[in-house]
Write a protein that binds this ligand. Sequence first.
Ligand code: HEC
Length: 283
Amino acid sequence: MKKLFITAGALALVAPLLALASPADDLKEFRAYYFKKFPGVSLQEYANGIYGIDKGRAVEWESMEEFPPYEPGVDIGKELFTKYKVGSCFKNGGIGIRQNYPYFDTKSGKIHTLEADIMACLKKNGVDVKAEKIGFKKGKLAAISAYMGYNSRGKKLNVVVPNDPRALEMYQRGKIHFYAKRGQLNFSCADCHMYQSGMSARTNLLSPALGHTTHFPVYRKKWEAGGSGALGGFGTLHRRYGGCNKQVRAKPFKAQGDEYTALEFFHQYISNGIKINAPGVRQ
Ligand code: HEC
């Protein structure tokens, strides 16, 4: 009961924000918010997270990019992509298509994320994903996704929210997730990545949500330290969502479940027009 009550309360709080704006209006407002907050930062610079808004930290990042730590992992991703014939399941052989994900499939009425489609493809092609321990958040699947992002670099994110009630419902659900306060700390994504973006939380600078998704999967030094080999540093967007939910002491949702898929649909759409630069490298 208690949980239900909180959810309803959170909904009531954000309801005024959601007064039936069209996705196109949302996108316009979202960009305008950041352009006002960070004058002089171009739309494309938002692809670089905190490094796009803080020139001082950009130096640290440029030095990481000099010998990109994700490169060996991207190479493995490419090998796996070829070995498992992943290209056979995608348009254009899986090359240069990342910008169109996630997309709404009118036939099934479902949102397809890139990671979900890669997993479906592996299974279709007879890969024993259980035996190979292939999951949605990291490892082999993240590496394949990173390779598909890498070969889509420079293409502008172009997520389509069609005028179909099923698509709009998922979009709204994702938008509610983004603005709703949650966890013991009672923070929303928007609290940290909109209203307080550019400010520091402990030692971290908070990145703008605009452009957040263009460089995923991401290669993180922190994940590398806790992981294994060249693939250890990779994490998908849903891995990051789980981490950010945990930061406010909220229980993370399941990677590739409806909740994060809806959040991703909104979160990616709102960065449309920014070029893919995956995989990014982060601390
Ligand atoms: C308490 C503050 C806080 C909240 C709430 C929060 N995050 Fe974060 N998030 C961070 C910090 C700190 C980082 C690491 C520094 C950065 O890039 O902003 C981060 C990083 C990220 C990144 C990676 C950015 C990059 O450039 O690679 C994404 C994506 C992200 N958060 C999404 C979300 C989403 C979606 C939500 C809501 C479910 C959320 N965050 C909620 C603090 C927060």
